[in-house]
Design a protein around this ligand. Structure first.
Ligand SMILES: [Zn+2]
Ligand SMILES: [Zn+2]
Length: 149
């Protein structure tokens, strides 16, 4: 964690550590606004600019990934390994779909891209419904509601 911040040339501060911790522990690909909302509860003096600038620095160093999966705001992803995403039509949940590096590479070569275009990466989005939204309309228990948050 500390190394990640130092690698960005950022001074290690409690606020930046909190941002990093919040992101790394979150598989839901939060937006900067979502992270800010959560962090502000424990660190009321935190500014949105601190959150945004720290995320931008981490992204620039390749320590997290900025992903534009929908037309909405950029989402930040602590998983920088090549992978695809599944997005739920109903609730917008984003799930990582780990793919073999080879599969992505062969997809890239099968693409017969526009002449002269060099493929940097291939990212697919699977659209459908998450487990919760695909479930029959049974009344949800409180525990299930909580995981959907
Ligand atoms: Zn869903
Ligand atoms: Zn992801």
């Amino acid at each position: 964690m500390l190394d990640a911040l130092r690698a960005c040339g950022l001074k290690v501060t409690p606020q930046r550590l909190a941002i990093l911790n919040q992101l790394v522990g979150d598989p839901t690909h939060p937006t900067a606004t979502e992270l800010f909302g959560r962090l502000r509860e424990e660190l009321p003096s935190m500014s949105f600019a601190t959150v945004y600038n720290t995320l931008a620095a981490l992204t620039k160093q390749g320590l997290c990934a900025a992903r534009q999966l929908e037309s909405g705001p950029v989402r930040f992803d602590p998983n920088v390994a090549p992978h695809d995403h599944a997005v739920c039509d109903s609730c917008g949940l984003v799930i990582d779909v780990m793919t073999e590096g080879l599969a992505a590479a062969s997809a890239a070569t099968n693409l017969k891209p526009v002449q002269g275009f060099s493929v940097r990466s291939v990212e697919r989005i699977y659209r459908g419904r998450c487990v919760q939204c695909a479930a029959p309309n049974e009344p949800q228990t409180d525990a299930e509601k909580e995981t959907g948050d």
